[in-house]
Design a protein around this ligand. Structure first.
Ligand code: ZN
Length: 572
């Protein structure tokens, strides 16, 4: 490709709304342009890098035995109602209306569509296992799109869906995808690490996310350097001890606490109830009904864990009026002691750290009063004990007791073991050898392709611009003749080298612009081509060209050796 033929509109400064480095570099290097918030055009060089990532994904999916399909981006809402996700995923579903006012869903993933295909066209164990994948445009109704391709309204994702006869077979499919993902990200030049993850609204049994460590990442990962334990903060647990047992009186004792509305206020004079001897009572409205979550006074409720407990993400904090109606008191004096609850039907979800705790203090459901001498298992009717608290840095590892750390990361891939959730709802059954029907056992596997591209930039750059790994570079080599006059010896050598490298299968761009050398070098560094070959009068006079790996030292090569030297670098 000749530079003058394509369009690489580099910028000296990034637009002000680009917040993170990789987003700035995408814009400055002329890879993308914004059409609207979270909606981008890929310009020629951006498309080339994107296609490289896609190709790696495609090759590794094929190698892992998956087969490519292409499903519609426009889907009828009825199939989302059938799976139950029309409600549970409603905060991200992008919906549009056609001219007849009929609603459609713009696909964020395709579990429903592929499960219907399986329901119709897979009937026998003899057709299994199967794994289908696609690389296509997806949509999210993102309220606050940001960070360029990281959190966009429209993006490209690879999604794959495996179908198996049994849990054990599904586990093999899961492991194949896990291994394929490890290879994909390594080939893209990304340092990733897998972490245990929450299964979210997609549902299912367990999952892993592939994370790229980055200060700007939107995920927080809890990890242990000693044993390798790693989990998304939404999912992570620690080996923190339970609440120490104490001797207490026979029954809870009500005492006045006028004006005390917080854990902190109760921990001060004259009450001096330590936060770790208090119970924090949180009231939510879950699908129109109140529910109570209890954590220790010094802990924070993890809402993702609470969502898993109640089985839906459709919940919100109750208003003061709703709390008054349900518990008979205002926030500040709330508790779950059974004898004080107006309604016995309100489910109570309690954090495991409170199990067995006694000598605890909690609100009395009477404004200005609390209860002490509370023994949880004696005085509170707990519907479900769960791990509900958020892990804090420095706590002991759940596996080896070493100190846990937390760091930020970008999620680039996600593997889920789904089980039979979708196949049961959508009637995807198969006949076993004995002729008995069973639901197909499923897994689903996503890679954010556009996000992966940006993650590469976030990880591979310096003050001058992007440093593409050879595997995903839009062009592997940039040839930069300093004089581009057709009759100039340097330009003629550039043309010859360009033809030879192209014939050898190398992706080359020839910077044939009539620009100052400084401008050309700056642009080549900004766009980040891995190898630059410069041909100027001075080196030509010595019978040499200059070869500069991006981010490395310049080396001089004899003209006769130039081709081989570049080929050696490309093949390294
Ligand atoms: Zn550990």
């Amino acid at each position: 490709m000749r530079w003058t033929q394509t369009l690489i509109p580099t910028l000296r400064e990034a637009p002000a709304d680009a917040e993170i480095l990789s987003h700035k570099l995408l814009l400055r290097a002329g890879l993308i342009r914004k059409l609207a918030g979270g909606v981008y055009t890929f310009l020629p060089v951006g498309v080339r890098a994107l296609r490289q990532v896609e190709q790696i994904v495609r090759e590794e999916m094929n190698r892992a035995g998956a087969v490519e399909v292409l499903m519609p981006a426009i889907q009828p809402p009825e199939i989302w109602q059938q799976s139950g996700r029309y409600e549970t995923a409603r905060d991200v579903l992008f919906k549009v209306k056609d001219s007849a006012a009929r609603e459609w869903v713009l696909s964020p993933t395709a579990e429903e569509v592929i499960t219907l295909i399986a329901a119709a066209d897979i009937n026998s164990y003899r057709q299994l296992p199967k794994n289908f994948y696609q690389i296509s445009v997806k949509f999210r109704d993102e309220i606050r799109p940001r960070f360029g391709l990281m959190r966009a309204r429209e993006f490209i994702m690879k999604d794959a869906y495996s179908f198996d006869t049994t849990d054990e077979a599904a586990q093999i499919a899961y492991q194949k995808m896990y291994d394929a993902y490890t290879r994909i990200f390594a080939r893209c030049g990304l340092k990733t690490f897998p972490v245990e993850a929450d299964t979210g609204v997609i549902g299912g049994k367990f999952s892993h996310e592939f994370m790229v460590p980055a200060e700007t990442g939107e995920n927080e990962v809890v990890y242990c350097e000693a044993c390798g334990y790693a989990a998304n903060l939404e999912k992570a647990t620690s080996g923190i001890p339970k609440t120490a047992a104490r001797e207490i009186g026979a029954s809870p004792e009500k005492f006045p606490t006028p004006g005390v509305l917080t854990i902190e206020a109760l921990s001060k004079e004259p009450y001096k109830v330590a936060a770790n001897r208090q119970i924090k009572t949180l009231v939510f409205i879950v699908q129109d009904k109140p529910a109570i979550a209890l954590v220790r006074g010094d802990d924070q409720l993890n809402e993702t864990k609470f969502a898993a407990a109640v089985g839906t993400t459709i919940f919100r904090a109750a208003t003061a009026d709703e709390i008054l109606a349900a518990l008979g008191a205002r926030p500040g004096s709330l508790g779950a002691v059974a004898a004080t609850l107006k309604s016995k039907d309100i489910p109570v979800y309690a954090d495991e750290r409170l199990r067995g705790a006694n000598d605890m203090t909690t609100g009395a459901n009477d404004d200005g009063f609390h209860l002490r001498n509370v023994s949880i298992e004696r005085d509170i009717t707990v519907t479900q004990w769960r791990d509900l608290r958020t892990v804090i840095v420095g706590e002991p590892c759940v596996k080896c007791s070493n100190t846990l750390k937390i760091r930020r990361a970008i999620e680039v891939g996600h593997v889920f073991k789904l089980g039979t959730k979708y196949s049961e709802k959508m009637g995807a059954l198969y006949l076993d050898e004995a002729g008995t029907r069973h639901p197909l056992v499923m897994g689903c596997y996503g890679i954010g392709v556009t996000r992966t591209l940006q993650a590469v930039i976030e990880q591979c750059n310096d003050k001058d611009g992007i440093i593409w790994p050879l595997s995903v570079a839009p062009y592997q080599v940039c040839i930069t003749p300093l004089n581009v006059a057709p009759d100039n010896a340097g330009m003629q050598l550039a043309e010859k080298l360009y033809a030879e490298l192209t014939a050898a299968g190398v992706e080359v761009i020839l910077d044939d612009r009539d620009e100052r050398p400084g401008v050309k070098f700056k642009d080549a560094d900004l766009v980040g081509f891995p190898i630059r070959v410069s041909i100027g009068e001075k080196s030509l006079a010595k019978g040499e060209v200059e070869i500069k790996p991006r981010g490395g030292a310049m080396l001089a090569a004899k003209i006769a050796d130039a081709l081989e030297r570049v080929l050696a670098l490309v093949r390294e």
